[in-house]
Design a protein around this ligand. Structure first.
Ligand code: NAP
Length: 494
């Protein structure tokens, strides 16, 4: 081992060692009640990184007790103080971005530069909601008959369960924790089993920033149902915010019915990316590459289906294949790596199955098309497929990997019909140089968000969310805090 390899390995070990490996309940780090632990894996080596507690039902009840006990005091804490805690946490995240980025890469796989991008994006949610904490307003009106007054106030919903996915281990957390803290809700966070370390590091930062004990409780677990079910059945829980697959979301909506919980659901996507005949080809290829390859294609916002006007299809496909095919695949810690491993063997297996299915029904491989062999970890190369037929499964299912299927269309009506032919409706992308055409697409696409000549839509300042089976509610923007507030109306006699 060379000196520099040795130093890198030591630094990796150190950032993992520094993370508190406990359940955070009522301000204390503790092991699971039954002593169980599970191993966290590095997807680039398929080797374990460390073990974390494997929470069960008893731990969930303890976390619920802590969140319920802290709720009244937290709701009564001055909004400015809540905002200042978020602001301090924002600054600490930015200060520690290098270690946090390495940690995220080790457990999730994406290249360190992308992890750093996520860390800063995640921190921005805290900065945004630090500012929103002091802007929760209400209303006052004279009743129409003049005999009374209508007073409307907004108050925290109450203890919330926040369940997050592995693909953006920190940003999907801060997008929920930020508004919950700002609104005055206490919470129990359950990160994905593959990526608990970023959330544990974030919880420690919030503690350092002054978040009182019991406001944020964290349960790491490999048995999600055992933890979520007692919480969803507990009448003290008032809110569920979930980011993950539509299938799990549907199940959780069902379980939330008993307690009539407020729910926010950020679910799966199947984003169409439409390149119109009048698109700027360079801009479209650039946007498509970003919309496809951000996060190794493991994003709910990833362009899942590329619909390209027949006049541009050949040029677009060739340029995209050139661009994606030249990307460097490697362990996320390697300085020149641009494409890391997929999250686990199930993720790799799904991408492989979808590509084989598409090729089996007639798609043509332009670049990539086979999992990388001869190395550990779950690597799949950037892949572009042309002439993908309508019955290919990847046009219906989220690919969640670096695979771009290209389909041609002849006119706008056809493109819109194809784009809307899905149960999902999270995000769409349209490339056109005509504003008039862009407006028509924006109005007719069934989508929660649209990238018009842009391959990335995410920003803490905008309302993020989907329609149809992609979700309920919005995160970020001015409306993000509303998900954590109840409206109370007081009829005043005067
Ligand atoms: P997932 O399998 O649905 O898991 C998401 C979270 O739910 C994880 O924490 C998981 O825990 C937990 N979970 C699984 N089964 C559960 C159960 N029965 N009860 C309670 N919790 C349960 O999704 P994923 O594979 O992690 O994430 C990828 C999906 O998330 C994709 O569909 C993607 O589109 C979607 N996503 C959506 C958005 C958005 O904003 N719309 C953003 C990012 C990702 P375990 O890890 O322990 O299984």
């Amino acid at each position: 081992m060379s000196d520099s390899t040795d130093m890198s390995a030591k630094r990796e070990q150190l950032v993992v060692e520094r993370v508190p490996k406990g359940l955070l309940i009522g301000g204390r780090w503790r092991p699971a009640k039954d002593g169980r632990e599970y191993e966290v894996e590095d997807p680039s080596t398929a080797q374990p990184l460390c073990a974390v507690p494997d929470a069960g039902a008893e731990d969930a009840r303890a976390a619920m007790d802590a969140a319920a006990a802290a709720q009244a005091g937290w709701a009564a804490t001055a909004p400015r103080e809540r905002g200042e805690i978020l602001r301090r946490a924002y600054e600490l995240i930015v200060e520690r971005q290098n270690d946090l980025a390495l940690l995220m890469t080790l457990e999730m796989g994406k290249p360190v530069a992308e992890s750093r991008g996520e860390i800063l994006y995640a921190a921005e949610f805290f900065r945004w909601f630090a500012e929103e904490a002091v802007r929760v307003d209400g209303g006052w009106a004279t009743a129409p008959d003049g005999n009374g007054r209508i007073w409307v106030m907004r108050q925290p919903v109450g203890p919330a369960l926040l369940i997050t996915p592995w693909n953006f281990p920190m940003a999907m957390g801060t997008r929920k924790i930020g508004p919950a803290v700002a609104a005055g809700c206490t919470m129990i966070v359950k990160p994905a089993h593959q990526t608990p370390l970023s959330m544990l590091a974030l919880a420690e930062i919030l503690g350092n920033a002054g978040l009182p004990d019991g406001v944020l409780n964290v349960l790491t677990t490999s048995r999600p149902g055992e933890v979520s079910t007692p919480l969803l059945e507990d009448p003290r829980l008032r809110k569920l915010s979930f980011t993950g697959s539509t299938g799990v979301g549907q199940k959780l909506i069902g379980q939330s019915a008993a307690g009539v919980l407020r729910t926010s659901m950020e679910l799966g996507g199947n984003a169409p990316l439409i390149v119109c005949a009048d698109a700027d080809l360079e801009k479209a290829v650039e946007g498509a590459a970003i919309a496809k390859m951000r996060n190794i294609g493991e994003a709910c916002t990833a362009a899942n289906r590329m619909y390209v006007h027949q006049d541009l299809a050949e040029a677009f496909t060739g340029r995209l294949a050139e661009k994606l095919g030249s990307m460097v695949v490697g362990r996320g810690t390697e300085p020149d790596a641009q494409v890391g491993p997929l999250i686990d063997s199930a993720g790799l297996g799904k991408v492989d199955r979808l590509v084989r299915d598409a090729v089996g029904v007639g798609a043509r491989v332009v670049t990539g098309g086979e999992p990388l062999s001869g190395r550990p970890g779950y690597f799949y190369p950037p892949t572009v497929l042309a002439d993908v037929p309508a019955d290919a499964a990847m046009l219906r299912e989220e690919i969640f990997g670096p695979v771009a299927p290209v389909v041609t269309f002849t006119d706008d009506d056809e493109a819109i019909r194809l784009a809307n032919d899905t149960v999902f409706g999270l995000v769409s992308y349209v490339f056109t140089e005509s504003l008039r055409r862009g407006i028509r697409y924006a109005e007719r696409l069934e989508t929660g968000m649209l990238g018009l000549n842009k391959g990335v839509v995410s920003t803490p300042a905008a309302p993020f969310g989907g329609v149809k089976q992609s979700g309920i509610g919005r995160e970020g923007g001015f409306v993000g805090i509303d998900e954590y507030l109840e409206i109370k109306y007081v009829a005043v006699d005067v």
